[in-house]
Design a protein around this ligand. Sequence first.
Ligand code: ADP
Ligand code: MG
Length: 159
Amino acid sequence: MSGVTVNVPDLAGTEAFGRQLGALLFPGAVIALIGQLGAGKTHLTRALAEGLNVRNPMAVTSPTFVLIHEYTARLPIYHFDAYRLGSDREFLDLGADEYFHGDGVSVVEWADRVPGAMPHERLEIRIDVLNETARRFTLRAFGERYQRLLTAVNAEPTS
Ligand code: ADP
Ligand code: MG
């Protein structure tokens, strides 16, 4: 496992980071997003989708109530929000595993609410709120494909 951190001063920085990362994503990639309400998980997901050349970026909105949104892009995107889920089992019953093992890119907001349902191999992104507009992204790669992905991300290594 290895990691990097990325600090951004504002929303434009999040958008640039997300687009860069999105362009690097591969079929079957799973992104686990962790961070408080308002941290920027949904905005980051939109930027990832832009990096994947999504047709309509403004359609990328929070799936809090429907739990999943699907978007058409260079790769299909499956956007989940686990906020309202009570358990790993509930998430798995939605068919999460089939999405994770498909050819699309899965992005899970509130992945820390369903830790046992997440695949071992994944990219975890924790978002810390530094102030009203600044954010710190801490990226941790689980599995070789994600470690390779991280070497391509323009960022500072963490210890
Ligand atoms: P979450 O999905 O984590 O609850 P959202 O992406 O829905 O968060 O909302 C993030 C909020 O924070 C938005 O109102 C956005 O405008 C604001 N914001 C301010 N600075 C940033 C930043 N650097 N990155 C992401 N969002 C930011
Ligand atoms: Mg959200």
